[in-house]
Design a protein. Structure first.
Length: 315
């Protein structure tokens, strides 16, 4: 009987952990705390953008990274004309020093990069891409709203065409090796979830919940009247069951979430042109050439910056 009781308790504990909607805060990043918790990646852009990712020393010296109290800003250089034969425009790509498995991440963002040619993203990625999986939480190009959340995986991960979420599916095959790596995306419903409309509203909150059986993404505008209090206040304990219907829902019906997504780093970056923003530059309503804009019009990127109030992680 004693053995049975222990086993039953263990099973109950595992089930409770797996399906729990209540999480405790494990990490809180604000202001200069971002500099301690994230590293600047001075790497070649894997998506072929017209940018030059710089290290932390260069970013701080050139005011491309700025931190104080409850403000953390990363931006693109907006003062230098470029040589067509030289490197791209200086920009910032951050990677969290810690990796995360099942967790909730809440991003309080006041401003996101805007302007033709811009390709900002907040995402998570595992090792040996795409085998460790990728979750795009905030992503878009050329000021085209709304935001899109997307999964990119190794082969063998698809999403049901019909599922309970507020957003609109753009594709159901998450396999990064097909469809030009489009992944299985979901567009948010609110137009102020991305670009100039997001900034005009004072920004908002993005949240992502990842478990062994699903991934969910929510968005609330700063002007929204239904922001959950634990999200708005960055409380030490949160309950995702009270957050309402997510705009993006990725269940494990035909995708083994636990095996497709490994321990992952959080990435925040600002790209220009590249495989996505460059390829749809004209059809997005932007005139001329994306590369010419980046090279010759630095002032076009004066609003190409992220301003984070804070980031909270829960597990």
């Amino acid at each position: 009987m004693k053995c049975f009781t222990t086993s039953a308790s263990l099973i109950f504990s595992l089930v409770s952990f797996t399906f729990a909607a209540t999480y405790g805060q494990t990490d809180s990043h604000q202001g200069t705390g971002f500099l301690k918790s994230f590293s600047h990646q001075a790497i070649s852009d894997p998506t072929h953008g017209r940018i030059n990712y710089v290290d932390q020393t260069t970013a701080l010296a050139n005011n491309l990274t700025y931190a104080e109290s409850d403000t953390f800003i990363i931006r693109v250089d907006h003062s230098t004309k470029l040589s067509a034969s030289g490197p791209g425009r200086n920009s910032v790509r951050l990677q969290s020093n810690k990796q995360y498995l099942n967790h909730v991440a809440v991003f309080n963002i006041r401003h996101m990069p805007q302007g033709c040619g811009t390709w900002p993203a907040v995402w998570e990625v595992g090792p040996n891409w795409p085998n460790g999986g990728e979750v795009d939480i905030l992503e878009g190009v050329n000021d085209v709203s709304p935001n899109q959340a997307t999964l990119h995986t190794s082969p063998g991960c698809t999403m049901p065409s019909s599922r309970t979420m507020a957003g609109t599916s753009t594709g159901t095959n998450c396999d990064a090796t097909v469809n030009n790596n489009a992944g299985c995306g979901v567009k948010a419903a609110p137009t102020n979830s991305y670009g100039p409309a997001f900034n005009s509203a004072g920004g908002g909150w993005y949240a992502m919940e990842r478990t062994d059986t699903f991934i969910k993404v929510w968005f609330w505008s700063r002007s929204s009247g239904n922001v959950p209090s634990d999200v708005k206040n960055g409380e030490t304990t949160i309950d995702t069951d009270n957050w309402g219907t997510p705009f993006a829902f990725f269940p494990d019906n035909n995708c083994d979430i636990a095996s497709k997504f490994a321990w992952s780093n959080i990435i925040v970056n600002i790209d220009l042109c590249g495989d996505w923003a460059g390829s749809v530059f004209g059809s997005s309503g932007c005139s001329g050439s994306c590369t010419d804009l980046v090279n010759n019009n630095p002032s076009a990127f004066s609003n190409a910056y992220f301003d984070f109030q804070w980031l909270k992680i829960y597990g």
